[in-house]
Design a protein around this ligand. Sequence first.
Ligand SMILES: *Cc1c(COP(=O)(O)O)cnc(C)c1O
Length: 373
Amino acid sequence: MLVLDRKSPSDSGTSPMRPALEPIQAYKAGMSLAEASRRTGQTHFSKLASNENLLGASPKVGAAVQQALASPEIYPDPYCETLRAAIGARLGVESGRILVSPGSEALIDYLFRAVLHPGDSILLSSPTFPAYEIFGRCAEARLIDVPRRANFDLDVAAFAAEAARGPKLMVLCTPNNPTGNALTAADIETILAATPRSTLVFVDEAYREYHEAFDTLALLDAWGGPWVSGRTFSKAYGLAGLRVGYGVASSEALVGYLDRLRPPFNVTSVSQAAALAAWDDQDHLTRTVALTIAERGRVEDVLADLGVDHTRSQANFVFLRTPAGPEATTERLLRQGLIVRPTPVAGGWVRITIGRPSDNDSLIAALPAALAL
Ligand SMILES: *Cc1c(COP(=O)(O)O)cnc(C)c1O
């Protein structure tokens, strides 16, 4: 019998959803080109809101993708053996200590699910990448936040003091998103020296290719506890649309636990082939990273001339305080064809990706009016 007057589940008072999910805000991505067009009626934009590499992936990726597309009926390699071997060989790490995932966000998800019980603690330092808080809350973990200093550097002493209390999981994002600044090797050593080997340390190195100042893996190995370094093909490698990230872990056993809970065929054959081609073209990577860093310097010089507060970014974006406020600046830049990222960080901060030289030319031309009170 058809029941016509049934209430929807949401007003029945007996939602099947976990209460822990109620206070969580779903991740809000940067504005898409389609939304920007809808909002303004314009068709041409520089997309500077999501830290993609607008210089593009290696030209070798296209052919690799074409080849992978020839057999769409075949499941991908569930262990990404070829890609892991290539990554391991260059990093000097056994491939068993590497896990490939559909974006490093998925790696964070697997790791947090594998480690956290309800009530466990996660140590982090805001403002930082929102995924840690989202997945932490999903796991019903307790967030211990040691806020950054006024210049957004990590408060190393305060953070190390919390680390010494042995949180279940500790997150270091370096260079940090959205602030762009990086930890030094000495900072990391100070924190690790205080951290008991019962804590799992996650170092998010999504922007590592822009700041290869020292060997993070060696520091973590020397510490000797369990750790994962998260990396991605989405940023410097220019493959955000294909969703490939990877983690390097302290042991094969740790990867084995993540293998138990991840979906088996989680990285498509197209994505694996694209990542391998991008990984094998280090010349392209080196060129695009060098150009991005040079262009970042050009934008920072303009910020300095305008007297605008900004952080010392070591990534492919700048983080600046706008006198006009983030919403007004974002809207004005949008009208000039520039999509940037307002942030909720107190004081009025905006994050802007470094694009192609022509994108940055447009940005430099538009900034004075967009920032003015
Ligand atoms: C972009 C980003 C990621 C995740 O990127 P994926 O596309 O999921 O690989 C992870 N951490 C930080 C800090 C990021 O900025």
